[in-house]
Design a binder for this molecule. Structure first.
Ligand code: SF4
Length: 73
C-alpha cells in the first residue's frame, strides 16, 4: 500500500528579495509582511492549488520558492 505524500511550499529567505508578486498569484498560501516579504503558509498545498503553486515557483525571479514532498513518518 502506498503512503500518502503531502506537498508543501517552501521559501528560501536568503534568496528572496521581497516586493515580488508571489502573494498576488497565490494569496491562499502566501501573504505579505509589513516590509513586503512573503509569508508562506506551512500547511499542505491542497490539490486544487497545486498547479498555482507550481506556477508561482516557476515565475519567482530569485528561485526562492520550491515545492517539497513529504511522506508521513
Ligand atoms: S516572487 Fe520570489 S523573490 Fe519575489 S517576493 Fe516572492 S519569493 Fe521573494
Amino acid at each position: 500500500m502506498r503512503r500518502p505524500i503531502s506537498v508543501h511550499l517552501r521559501l528560501d529567505p536568503i534568496c528572496c528579495e521581497g516586493r515580488g508578486y508571489c502573494w498576488e498569484l497565490l494569496p491562499e498560501l502566501i501573504s505579505q509582511d509589513d516590509w513586503g516579504f512573503p509569508i508562506v503558509s506551512r500547511v499542505e498545498v491542497p490539490p486544487h492549488l497545486l498547479d498555482a503553486a507550481r506556477e508561482v515557483v516557476r515565475v519567482c525571479p530569485k528561485l526562492a520558492l520550491r515545492l517539497e514532498k513529504r511522506s508521513p513518518m
